[in-house]
Design a protein around this ligand. Structure first.
Ligand code: ATP
Ligand code: MG
Length: 602
């Protein structure tokens, strides 16, 4: 392919709102163009990358007997009412929903559990038709709160989503394991370094789930990793051993301290420098919108009797952080946000910063993170502006509230169970970062029960189908490949998914020997089935061609210049993986490229 035939325009600088390398470099190289927040045009170069990723995704799914199909992006509300997810998604603000001309409500699919369940239930009658796994590669729509980092978090993006259907829980787990292997194969074939981690199931629901994280410092997700045990979990879900709190010998009576202006742990420590951080208990107030249907179902009460909103106060040790995902899951919350100043005032009688467990208004539900266990003689808010209580003891001064694990794992924590079984006593946790490129879930019968998707089992009984669902952010994979592989000059594509396998840079277009040799290289490579890009732009100087070559990062490069008459070229790969610069015979360059592509399965 001749470069002059493409609308190839590069920019020296990227717009200032591009914060991460993949976004900056894709904008500069014309791989994407922004049309609005989180909306992008995928240029021809990027589209080649996306198609390569899709080919790998298809190949691995097809090998595992999954069937490709395509569902509509436009989905009627009625399906989402059946699954009970409409309210949650609308409350989250994630759903692009609107009314059609007849007044019927529709949405643009953020995910397809509802559609696939409807499709499958109309076709499956008997256990004899199962198991089956279906997948599609399609555009998804999510009105993200913070669309950013380019293709990493778009409002319109390409996803591969697959759904498995089984007759029993054990069979569902088998399908899940197969897909886990499919995912490992896909990300390995894409040339990416990745870590599978235990994950929170989020709004999709279900029992078990794992995410596939591309290792990258710029990743939005924190991951808790324990090298000694191979444990890896998203911080949203990770658990650890909470360090023992500092002991307290004093049994002084609880008393009120004047603490005007001290509304943070750090400010309080300045007032009480002797007090260890672990004996400082913070109390954080949240406004919660409850998932009334889920609560009614779980507690066996009438939906009408379940409160739809409320204020919850959560205690946590000063040296630990709350985890709002764990909290939200425990509360069955549709929405969880910090309480407003007015709500804090009504609940505590004080300004923000002085909330505590003693004397909270009756309507406030008090909970605590497990970190408060065994803390004695602590400091907590006085529920009066400018005051805190000191030397408070659970059991003596107040009842200890219900404690649950609402904590965030911290670097250096010991593994849960360290020193027991075969977990070494010094098994500690490290925090790394990653980009979530895939997520697999065991859904169980959540959707099949809600949407009445049943099959007739061997025992002649009607049973709900066991489901799994499996997503890959195809466009996010492209971005994460750049996050993982780039330098100051530009992208460095893994050969497996690069827009082209090889680039021919011609120094002087119009020079007879160079024209002829480039043409021959191009034809030989194309004849061998290699996709090659030939930079034969006339008016562009060699320096600019080299800069562009670095920017677009095609892994193998041949420079055709003065030595063309002797059938010699410069082998000038973008990465050390294919060697360093050297002058070689043109035929050798061709065979190196053919060999490398064969090895990479390209
Ligand atoms: P995130 O936590 O990053 O918002 P998610 O957990 O909501 O993602 P899933 O519902 O698990 O996403 O979707 C499956 C995959 O789709 C994700 O693993 C990710 O690779 C991709 N994906 C999700 N949201 C986006 C987005 N806004 N832009 C690009 N890719 C996305
Ligand atoms: Mg996810």
């Amino acid at each position: 392919m001749k470069l002059s035939k493409q609308l190839f325009v590069t920019l020296r600088e990227a717009p200032s709102d591009a914060e991460v390398a993949s976004h900056t470099l894709m904008l500069r190289a014309g791989f994407v163009q922004s049309l609005g927040a989180g909306i992008y045009v995928y240029g021809p170069m990027l589209y080649r990358v996306l198609r390569r990723i899709e080919d790998i995704v298809r190949d691995e799914h097809d090998k595992a007997d999954c069937s490709e199909m395509l569902m509509p992006a436009l989905q009627p509300r009625s399906l989402w009412d059946e699954s009970g997810r409409w309210e949650r998604y609308v409350n989250d603000g994630i759903l692009f929903n609107f009314k059609d001309r007849k007044g019927a409500e529709v949405c643009l699919g953020p995910t397809h559990e509802e559609v696939i369940t409807t499709y499958v239930k109309s076709l499956v009658q008997s256990y004899k038709q199962l198991p089956v796994t279906l997948y599609q590669i399609q555009t998804k729509f999510r009105d993200e709160i913070r669309p950013r980092f380019g293709l990493m978090r778009g409002r319109e993006f390409i996803m591969k989503d697959a759904y498995s259907f089984d007759t029993s829980e054990e069979a569902m787990v088998e399908s899940y394991k197969t897909m886990r292997q499919v995912y490992r194969n896909i990300f390995t074939r894409c040339g990416l370094g990745f870590t599978p981690v235990e994950a929170d199931s989020g709004a999709i629901g279900g029992s078990g789930s794992e995410e596939f994280m591309v290792d990258a410092d710029t990743g939005e997700d924190g991951i808790a990793v324990c090298r000694a045990t191979d444990y890896a979990a998203n911080l949203e879900k990770a658990v650890s051993q909470i360090p023992t709190p500092a002991a307290c010998d004093s049994k002084v009576e609880m008393h009120k301290e004047q603490t005007p202006g001290a509304t943070t742990c750090d400010a309080l420590l300045e007032l009480f420098p002797e007090l260890p951080m672990s004996r400082l208990l913070k109390t954080i107030l949240y406004h919660v919108v409850y998932d009334t249907e889920a609560i009614a179902a779980a507690t066996g009460t009438d939906v009408g009797e379940v409160a739809s909103e409320g204020v919850v106060a959560v205690m946590c040790r000063g040296d630990r952080e709350l985890n709002e995902i764990k909290l939200s899951n425990h509360l069955n919350a549709l929405k969880l946000e910090l309480a407003s100043e007015d709500e804090v005032k009504t609940a505590t009688g004080a300004d923000v910063g002085y909330a505590g467990p003693i004397g909270l208004a009756d309507h406030v539900r008090l909970l605590a993170d497990e970190s408060v266990n065994d803390v004695e003689g602590f400091l907590c808010g006085g529920n009066e502006s400018g005051t805190h209580y000191l030397d408070v003891h659970f059991g003596r001064d107040i009842d200890q509230p219900e404690t649950v694990d609402f904590g965030t794992v911290q670097e250096g924590d010991l593994m849960l169970g360290a020193g027991t079984g075969d977990i070494p006593a010094d098994a500690t946790i490290e925090i790394t970062r990653g980009i979530e490129v895939g997520h697999i879930f065991q859904l169980g019968t959540k959707y099949s029960e809600a949407m009445d998707a049943k099959f007739l089992d061997v025992d002649q009984k009607q049973k709900p189908i066991w489901m799994g669902c499996y997503g890959i952010g195809v466009s996010r994979v492209a971005a994460s490949a750049i996050e993982q592989n780039h330098d100051d000059a530009g992208m460095i594509w893994p050969l497996e998914i690069a827009p082209y396998a090889a680039l021919i840079v011609q120094m002087k277009v119009g020079d007879e020997a160079q024209d002829a040799l480039c043409q021959k290289l191009n034809d030989d490579l194309e004849a061998a089935g290699i996709d090659v890009l030939w930079d034969e732009r006339k008016k562009v100087r060699p320096g600019a061609k080299f800069k562009d070559a670095d920017l677009i990062g095609i892994p193998m490069r041949i420079v055709v210049g003065r030595d063309a008459a002797d059938d010699q070229v410069e082998w000038s790969p973008r990465t050390d993986e294919y060697g360093t610069k050297e002058v070689i015979a043109s035929g050798d360059a061709t065979s190196r490229i053919i060999d490398a592509c064969a090895k990479a399965g390209r």
